[in-house]
Write a protein that binds this ligand. Sequence first.
Ligand code: TIU
Length: 231
Amino acid sequence: MASDLTPALVELPATPYPLHLRLATTALILIDMQRDFLEPGGFGATGQRVSLLRSAVAPCQRLLAAARSAGLLVIHTREGHGPDLADAHPAKLARGKGPLRIGDHGPMGRILIQGEHGHDIIPELAPAPGEPVLDKPGKGAFYNTDLALILANHGIHTLIVAGVTTEVCVHATTREGNDRGYECLVVSDAVASYFPEFHRVALEMIVAQGGILGWVADSAAVCSVLTQANA
Ligand code: TIU
């Protein structure tokens, strides 16, 4: 039952229709903004494609600043594996025929291996003290991580999802978040793909059929709501 202590609902203009959320029960999750995906020489392989992901950096920075000042729970994820690769499925290791595969030595250290330079989050989006950083072995952020536990402990109902890539780890996390009962909003300019067509269609998939997987809004709309609701 609502009481004076119930945090206020705020309305976020979004597609396919406005999303109502409470700041106290909303988290920002930044997916895999790691050098290995965003910089040349990492898992993202060829230079031109990697550069396509850079468009998400500035919107993620603005989202991060707005979420922090609004007091939202902020969670960062990193895809990767331990140095012995014991936590990596053989099927995942065998996948892909690119020049650099998981565990190979590259210019930023071993690809997608915890503790290596390339595995870490880009400095522009460095986690602040106290913000959970989840190491995930899969594409989705729920698989074999403490994400569900952390969200439950904080009473979170709504996920604002940003990061890379739109159609892989962002989608996998949004799909599972949706199945687990979270209202998921993907921030259109704060996610990116090596394939512009996949990016566009992945966003369309989320909002199709009346928001079958969730909501989409741009970072300006999200930041505006976070800033106003916080004022
Ligand atoms: N984080 C994430 O999306 N991992 C990937 O492997 N993405 C690709 O698009 N390859």
